[in-house]
Design a protein around this ligand. Structure first.
Ligand code: AMP
Ligand code: TRP
Length: 334
């Protein structure tokens, strides 16, 4: 039996992933790659929808690939590749742009948020077209499952609408993808500001745990995490968001239930809980960090892996693109 096709992507927008990416995306992808025919792309075409420093972008693209591999994405089982290595993404995105309503694209909340944040003057056509490029990513691979965070749900819904529209106008071409929303329990909050989501783009890094941080820094950040004056190690997201967040991270990384942690730390202070958490986080990240250093120590080998996976991805993508070009009536080049 063939495995269902799965597609997801991540932006190479920072030097290091943060623990939210690890728990919310990577751990999930790692287990999904066993039951699915998985494609994971490092979406550099998406990254340039906000200004990037060229040398940094190149470095972050390799670094992101290394972190995914080090954290358990197996590049011989999954197709892990760089989006710009497969020309068909930009080509299909163009065709999809022509069947996307201006009003429809204007309703995308991520576009509205980013425009509000960067100012209308800094907004580009590329940022506006971000969701149709994402639709192209998904549809090129005849994807059936798209695991993403809640913030990306609307983009996957647009992808479904575009696929249905194309199919009804030009004949059956695309598989209609299903969104698979990552569980809310996998959402990690900023250690200094435990009611807002931990993010690579947070203004202050004091509450962000980076995969590649030195162990001493990780320890300090966890020991200084905001808690409350109550003192009890109890999971209560409403009233004790800081402690609830620490318990979530602990429970996921140590594969233990929240209840067993509450029991273990009952009557002990937050200091003990934090010390325990430091051990668990470093126990997870130390070997990953070492593996990342090894992978980045041999960039030629890493580039070779990415190139062979891009070749695999191109074969699948070009087949879909050829059908699309034929259906819309482009004259074949002979
Ligand atoms: P981003 O860093 O926003 O490009 O996100 C990459 C992936 O990591 C997406 O699947 C997000 O849903 C996930 N992610 C990012 N931050 C968090 C977080 N704080 N908690 C859980 N998942 C996250
Ligand atoms: N926009 C997604 C994010 O910011 C990343 C992404 C690009 C993606 N293409 C995709 C996710 C295709 C799933 C499928 O998280």
């Amino acid at each position: 039996m063939t495995k269902p096709r799965l597609y997801s992507g991540m932006q190479p927008s920072a030097e290091s992933l943060q623990i939210g990416n690890y728990i919310g995306a990577l751990l999930n992808w790692k287990s999904l790659q066993q039951t699915h025919d998985a494609f994971f792309s490092i979406v550099d075409l998406h990254a340039i929808t906000v200004a990037q420093e060229p040398a940094k972008l190149r470095e972050n693209t390799r670094g992101t690939a290394a972190q995914y591999i080090a954290a358990g994405i197996d590049p011989s089982a999954s197709t892990l590749y760089v989006q710009s290595h497969v020309a068909a993404h930009a080509q299909l995105a163009w065709v999809l742009n022509t069947i996307t309503g201006f009003g429809e694209a204007s309703r995308m909340t991520q576009f509205k948020d980013k425009t509000a944040r960067h100012g209308a003057d800094a907004t580009t056509v590329g940022l506006f077209a971000y969701p149709t490029l994402m639709a192209a990513d998904i549809l090129l691979y005849q994807t059936s499952v798209v695991p993403v965070g809640e913030d990306q749900r609307q983009h996957v819904e647009l992808t479904r609408d575009l696929a249905l529209r194309f199919n009804s106008r030009f004949g059956d071409t695309f598989t209609i993808p299903e969104v698979a929303i990552v569980k809310e329990t996998a959402k990690i909050y900023d250690l200094q500001n435990p009611t807002s989501k931990m993010s690579k783009s947070a203004e202050s890094h004091a509450g962000v745990i980076w995969l590649l941080d030195e162990p001493g820094i990780t320890r300090k950040k966890i020991m200084r995490a905001v808690t409350d004056a109550d003192g009890g190690v109890v999971f209560d997201r409403e009233n004790k968001p800081g402690v609830a967040n620490l318990l979530t991270i602990y429970s996921v990384l140590a594969s233990r239930t929240i209840e067993s942690l509450e029991t273990e730390y009952a009557g002990r202070g937050y200091g003990d809980l934090k010390k325990g958490l430091v051990e668990v986080v470093l126990g997870t990240f130390d070997p990953i960090r070492e593996r990342v250093a090894e992978l980045l120590g041999d960039p030629a080998e890493l580039d070779r892996v990415l190139a062979s996976n891009a070749a695999k991805a191109s074969d699948v993508a070009n087949e879909t693109l050829a059908t699309v070009y034929d259906r819309v009536g482009f004259l074949p080049r002979r």
